[in-house]
Design a protein around this ligand. Structure first.
Ligand SMILES: *Cc1c(COP(=O)(O)O)cnc(C)c1O
Length: 401
């Protein structure tokens, strides 16, 4: 193969298409003046944390937006998961997908609850309810569904199993802020739902998270737990931790909320542009969303089928990285292949064939307000060139390895 025949790809000796790195998860920032004005107010008030007015306002606005009774803000999504799990009284074993961000599993193991990994439905990438039931043991106390890529999991089927088997059901909704299921906003399903407002999510409060619920008792318990169990000055009535959201994070949250529609519109335009550019390419499949529901479209998820495309997901990611497009392998290698789970359950993969397959095939491409049509056209150009020169690219990667 003549490697000099196409110098356009950096991997074949050309220049990177992008002079600077283009990352997945670049932060979306709303109106800077509005944010700075809020920070000034906060400094004038001398009230930086401990359930300040911005946190209160932000909680109310999020609860209204999601149509849920309570929104309890926290310092991040992981602590929000840990507190929700503890407040629900989960213990023993809890069924979760392995195809998720590691925090879903860690939030359980951190409190010595065993995450029992369930396989996914390849059509939705979410936990397969038909596989949940066979994992239930006398030690099982709950199920945590994850709305992966913002696509709601099979909420109804999971709720039916939970009810029939006497288990608590909650959701990791870290991907699903602003999404809906059956016309209802994500946030009100199960016992509670947990959001992340980390800087890499499309809607951020720098670091931050929240638990939403319609259960008054659960909300009250979580409010105690995130503030050391303080029920008043010098009065601790419960075991707690420090899970509080700071005022500066809430100021960012309030400012981000004002731009929420704009962020979602940018994501949707990018998603449509990627589809226009990539969908006709053989061996690539983009995750589809239900157009009848609200979606935040924050992830551009592409599945690479090597037998058709000619390059594996890893090889294509290699090509994109050489061009300064920092595509990510999500969720690679899967929670069950990370520590401590791989040592605890060395054979977990045998029960997770769909997870294993998908972990090898899926990548996430850059989007958000930092990316637009010109970048997407260029990224698609790289992918098309890689496809047209698959054999040479493969040979080159192998020789470099
Ligand atoms: C981001 C994320 C979390 C963790 O949230 P942090 O705010 O980063 O702690 C948990 N679960 C999923 C699925 C996530 O994507």
């Amino acid at each position: 193969m003549n490697k000099t025949s196409n110098k356009r790809l950096a991997i074949l000796g050309g220049q990177p298409a992008f002079p600077k790195q283009l990352h997945v998860g670049r932060p979306n920032v709303g109106n800077r003046e509005r944010l700075l004005a809020r920070i000034n107010d906060m400094l004038d008030r001398d009230w930086l944390t401990n359930n300040g007015p911005f946190v209160g306002e932000f909680e109310q606005k999020v609860a209204d937006l999601l149509g849920v009774k309570h929104c309890v803000c926290m310092c991040n999504g992981t602590v929000a998961l840990e507190i929700a799990i503890r407040a629900l009284g989960l213990h023993g074993e809890v069924i979760v997908p392995s195809f998720t961000f590691i925090a879903t599993a860690h939030a359980l193991q951190w409190q010595e609850i065993t995450p029992v990994f369930c396989d996914i439905d390849p059509a939705t990438h979410c936990m397969d309810p038909r596989k949940v039931e066979e994992l239930i043991t006398p030690r099982t106390t709950g199920i945590i569904g994850v709305h992966i890529w913002g696509r709601p999991c099979e909420v109804g089927a999971l709720a039916e199993i939970a009810k029939r088997r006497g288990l608590k059901l909650m959701f990791d909704a870290a991907h699903a802020f602003g999404c809906s299921h059956d016309g209802k906003m994500i946030g009100g399903f199960g016992e509670c739902e947990v959001f992340s407002f980390h800087a890499t999510k499309f809607f951020n409060t720098f670091e931050g998270g929240a638990v939403t619920t319609n259960n008054d008792e659960l909300a009250a318990k979580m409010r105690l737990m995130k503030n050391f169990g303080f029920a008043g000055m010098d009065k601790v009535i419960y075991i707690g931790t420090n899970g509080k959201m700071s005022e500066v994070s809430a100021a960012m949250g309030l400012t981000s909320l004002e731009s929420l529609d704009e962020f979602i519109a940018a994501n949707k335009a990018n998603y449509d542009a990627y589809r226009r550019e990539l969908e006709s390419l053989p061996g690539l499949t983009m995750v589809r969303y239900d157009e009848g529901e609200k979606n935040n479209n924050q992830y551009i998820i592409v599945k690479v089928d090597e037998s058709v495309f000619g390059l594996s997901r890893d090889e294509l990611v290699h090509v994109l990285h050489a061009e300064n497009v920092r595509a990510r392998r999500y969720f690679y290698p899967g929670c069950h292949r990370m520590e401590p789970y791989r040592s605890y359950f060395p054979h977990a993969g045998l029960l997770l064939p769909e997870t294993e397959r998908l972990c090898q095939r899926v990548m996430s491409l850059p989007t958000g307000t930092a990316v637009g049509d010109p970048e997407i056209v260029k990224i698609a150009g790289i992918i098309r060139t890689a496809l047209a020169n698959a054999a040479a690219v493969k040979e080159n990667i192998t020789s470099v390895k």
